[in-house]
Design a protein around this ligand. Sequence first.
Ligand code: ADP
Ligand code: ADP
Length: 225
Amino acid sequence: MAKFELRGLVKAYGKTKVIHGINLVIPDGEFVVFVGPSGCGKSTTLRMIAGLEEVSGGEIRIGDRVVNEVDPKERNLAMVFQNYAIYPHMTVRQNIAFGLYTSKLSKDEKAKKVEEAGALLGLTPLLDRRPSDLSGGQRQRVAIGRAMVRDPAGFLFDEPLSNLDAQLRAQMRIEIKDLHRRLGTTIAYVTHDQVEAMTMADRIVVMKDGHILQAAPPMEVYDNP
Ligand code: ADP
Ligand code: ADP
């Protein structure tokens, strides 16, 4: 678990600035949801935190470490994106265990971690099934499980529910919020869905045109739009 900090963060593609020097501290354990119109820079910000996009200016800190030049793998963040990539030829158990592929834990310790993640995500009865037997929400949980077993410093979610139907979305909102409560982990979550932001966020960050307009608890944001 760790604090995330953006200091004067800038992103430019060629001469076009798309993130204009944003500042934000996400304290250890906070669940922050980024909202704003399409193209305002939510994904780009998340991808820079993940290390998937280079930073053009300013700093990103995870804990007390500046990570601008740190390889994505070394940042130890769990990433759950819209098009969750789980492997169709592997069982649920194998898919989750894949998160520990490079881990130095013993075989038994790995197996235990997979069982624990499976239990936490309600996947225990499905551990030996293949993804083709699962619903969209269950597949998304497998992707979360694979990220979780690494004991990440924090989670990054980019529109993780947008491919699910309304009923599953509602259920997954509750489950992700519950997961946050149980793990006490830092979460940065991007969505265009106001209900997700309202029901899940400790704090909502409203972006527009590469700037942060507001960063406040849900009630304050929607009382003073
Ligand atoms: P959001 O996630 O809020 O919809 P993005 O972060 O995806 O917004 O995009 C922010 C801006 O950066 C948009 O204007 C988008 O067109 C631009 N952008 C994103 N990726 C690239 C890229 N690889 N090259 C050029 N411009 C990009
Ligand atoms: P999302 O809606 O999920 O944010 P986008 O459709 O904005 O995704 O972008 C999909 C991909 O295209 C991303 O990898 C992004 O970096 C890239 N991209 C977005 N806008 C541009 C752009 N103006 N020029 C080049 N690449 C872009």
